[in-house]
Design a protein around this ligand. Sequence first.
Ligand SMILES: NC(=O)c1ccc[n+]([C@@H]2O[C@H](COP(=O)([O-])OP(=O)(O)OC[C@H]3O[C@@H](n4cnc5c(N)ncnc54)[C@H](O)[C@@H]3O)[C@@H](O)[C@H]2O)c1
Length: 267
Amino acid sequence: MQLPSRPVVLTGASGALGRELARRLGEAGWPLVLTDIAPFPDPVPAAARFIAADLEDGVAILRLCEGAGTILHFGGVSVERPFEAVLGPNIRGLYHIYEAARRERARVVFASSNHVIGFHERTTPLDAECAYRPDGYYGLSKAYGELMARLYFDKHGVESVILRIGSCFPEPRDARMLATWLSYADLVRLVTCATLAERVGVATIWGASANARSFWRRDDRAVIGWEPKDSADAFAPALAAKVSDDPVAERFQGGAFCAIDYTRDRG
Ligand SMILES: NC(=O)c1ccc[n+]([C@@H]2O[C@H](COP(=O)([O-])OP(=O)(O)OC[C@H]3O[C@@H](n4cnc5c(N)ncnc54)[C@H](O)[C@@H]3O)[C@@H](O)[C@H]2O)c1
């Protein structure tokens, strides 16, 4: 596998996806700078180092990004939380990442989320340039991140690959994930292509495997030369009936996140 010519920073390295990326890219010999507010729970790969840092500490982030060619930004709050809990890591922290990218002339690969469009109905197929319909403060913070990517490209030429990740787990767990599942192997290939592609500008890609039930259509995957190889389809017989009893969760693409704190009539 081709190796990145400059160091690659991975935020959120101690999280579920971060650990997977650290292991797989580490095995391939990538020059990784792993970082997280939590200790790294695994052996640090040979060509990597781990530096503990809070995304809210702008000086620490600038320092650990010195010399980086790519920042894989997977750190921060990853589920729906109250506004005040999301604000620091996902908004101020994101700003620190983009300031570091600007200074280093680095590319950002941003772990965005399907929750930026969660309040679209499941019956509406979406292209990547569809309207934002965030389903909570978490999704809203990711929409802010996607717009941050636009701003830093238009004003400073910082390139971004925005990964609108669906549900990235070892296996799909319910009927909704038959549409939204992204396998770990497809994620690793996606991040690899996003890092090694020649020129990307701002590219937005649905982070989902080749699922027949997908809600999502056109995106910028051709820009980085990525195609998913896995699919949730084989899990359909086991999972198709695994639905919740919440009409809000079942109606919208964002699923259970839409139902959190929902105060409209649920009928
Ligand atoms: N797993 C999925 O299906 C999925 C879907 C959509 C988007 N994403 C996004 O992908 C990324 C990784 O997801 P995950 O499932 O591995 O989440 P995770 O919660 O397991 O990992 C997030 C990591 O960020 C770290 N973090 C939190 N606040 C921090 C701070 N202030 N400073 C430094 N580090 C901090 C945490 O310690 C954690 O290790 C997240 O940005 C998430 O929003 C994931």
